[in-house]
Design a protein. Structure first.
Ligand code: DAK
Length: 262
């Protein structure tokens, strides 16, 4: 059972979890409590094998997440800054490394830590009102939740550097054009569309999906030869699973597969 959170709403419908960051008055800015609760929600979801996909979104009409909480950060000393950083990185890496896919449904501003949070997710869907940017350089800092690393991996170094050095806020069309988001949908259709993608994923083999996620995430940090060996290993080990037997039997028997993730 999901516990109650102060800064998140977590709803599980059938086998899809929807996490809504819920501080709309502060444009869902990431403070210590949000980061702690996100890490905790990720742990709970990861331990629940009935959940097959996660949607992450922001509360209200205006923002996904307008960055790390500037009010909280303003007076931090080095030690507190380090603590905040380690908490944030822990939360982000838990989200990135969840066994199941995470879809960011970006409903508004995704700035700084908010943009970085979308990049720790597997798939990004933007509403036509979404806006992205890394404005840290205007605050005398630089991206601290992986933005200088994940953005160039997603959109290429040149475009990433332009966004990182200028702090320019880009709209959904530009984000789509550079490959930062997978698709743009009308704001009213955002969650419907995210759920459709989540349901499609949920209908496939959970082990196949999770091994594929691992292959992509870990493989992109390796040279091609090692990355292909990783794929060989993961591919091979799927042949010890019931999902593989079921998937192939179902195809040959011309019926829908019923995967159990075993
Ligand atoms: N933190 C705290 N409060 C925020 C906030 C934020 N990031 N963003 C907005 N708010 C608050 C506003 O102060 C305002 O509060 P009140 O005045 O009503 O009390 C309320 O939310 C509504 O915002 P606005 O009145 O400003 O709304 P506008 O429509 O006029 O403007 C905006 C919307 C999104 C353009 C604007 O709010 C804005 O520029 N917000 C700041 C965006 C920003 O610079 N975000 C990046 C923060 S830097 C680290 C790792 C990572 C990071 C830091 C450290 N470590 C490893 C240690 C990440 C840093 C960042 O994310």
């Amino acid at each position: 059972m999901m516990r109650e959170f102060n800064t998140l709403e977590v709803a599980v419908e059938e086998n899809i979890a929807v996490i809504t960051i819920n501080r709309p008055k502060f444009l869902n800015a990431l403070n210590t409590e949000v980061l702690r609760e996100l890490a905790e929600a990720a742990d709970i979801i990861d331990a629940d094998s009935s959940i097959r996909a996660v949607i992450l979104t922001g509360s209200g009409e205006k923002a996904f997440v307008a960055g790390a909480d500037i009010v909280e950060m303003q007076n931090k000393n080095v030690l507190e800054g380090r603590e905040f950083s380690s908490l944030g990185n822990k939360a982000f890496s838990k989200i990135e490394n969840l066994k199941i896919p995470v879809i960011a449904a970006v409903n508004g501003f995704a700035l700084g830590g908010g943009c970085e949070l979308t990049m720790a997710c597997d798939i990004r869907i933007a509403s036509n009102k979404a806006k992205f940017g890394q404005p840290e350089i205007g605050l005398g800092i630089m991206p601290g939740f992986g933005g200088s690393q994940r953005l160039p991996r997603l959109v290429g170094k040149g475009i990433a550097k332009e966004i990182l050095f200028t702090g320019e806020i880009i709209n959904a069309e530009r984000a789509y054009e550079i490959g930062l988001v997978n698709r743009i949908v009308d704001a009213t259709e955002l969650l419907v569309e995210a759920k459709k993608i989540a349901q499609t994923i949920a209908s496939k083999s959970p082990l196949g999906v999770s091994f594929t996620k691992k292959a992509v995430n870990e493989g992109t940090n390796l040279d091609l030869e090692r990355a292909v060996s990783l794929e060989v290993e993961l591919f091979g080990s799927l042949f010890s699973t019931k999902d593989q037997k079921e998937g192939m039997s179902a195809f040959l028997e011309k019926r829908q597969a019923a995967f159990k993730g075993e």
